[in-house]
Design a protein around this ligand. Structure first.
Ligand code: PRP
Length: 176
């Protein structure tokens, strides 16, 4: 894809403020109970690392999953699988999945239904961006950073052909 114009959507300061608010809500909900925070790679890495550094719970563990879709080469093909599963036990612990964005919802439908079979005490979802335009299955997130209708979003972990993940703000990539 050729380079396009980056139109600012959320500044680094706006994102950090919202992440701190979500972290406070997470702390208030779980307190010091055992909690596994699961990062969905790659896009979730920046939201995840900012979120967990604000958590004050004394029994927080972190782990990572990576998903891939098969068939049409996009997640909208609906054929989703782990390329990396969690490594620590979720049994009898609270689990919070942290994801950058929900678009069609198919990735989260797969992940949450799979993790629901691991004996966790509870399973919740934190997403930074809830993008509604292409939703195909209902996904109920417990913590939501921002709502968006559509657009090609990059930055703060989110890529276009692996570029722009490093940007501290969130942008819409508009073709020139
Ligand atoms: C993106 C994003 C979500 C998923 C959302 O990941 O990070 O995981 O797509 O799409 P969906 O709701 O339509 O399933 P991507 O597959 O681009 O991988 P990445 O996180 O490694 O960039």
């Amino acid at each position: 894809m050729k380079a396009g114009e980056l139109r600012p959507l959320f500044t680094p300061e706006e994102i950090q403020r919202r992440v701190r608010e979500i972290a406070a809500d997470v702390d208030a909900l779980y307190g010091d109970e055992p909690l596994v925070v699961v990062c969905v790679l790659k896009g979730g890495f920046m939201f995840f690392s900012d979120l967990v550094r604000h958590l004050r719970g004394r029994q927080v563990e972190v782990d990572f999953v990576r998903l891939s879709s098969y068939g049409q080469g996009t997640s909208s093909s609906g054929h989703i699988a782990f390329t990396k599963d969690v490594e620590i036990s979720l049994q009898d612990k609270h689990v919070l999945v942290v994801e950058d964005l929900v678009d069609s919802g198919l990735s989260m439908q797969f992940l949450l239904s799979t993790l629901a079979q691991r004996g966790a005490k509870s399973l919740r979802l934190a997403i930074l961006l809830d993008k509604h335009e292409r939703r195909r299955v209902e996904v109920r997130a417990d913590f939501i950073g921002f709502h968006l209708q559509g657009g090609f979003i990059v930055g703060y972990g989110i890529d276009c052909a692996e570029r722009y993940r490093n940007l501290p703000g969130i942008y819409e990539l508009v073709a020139e």
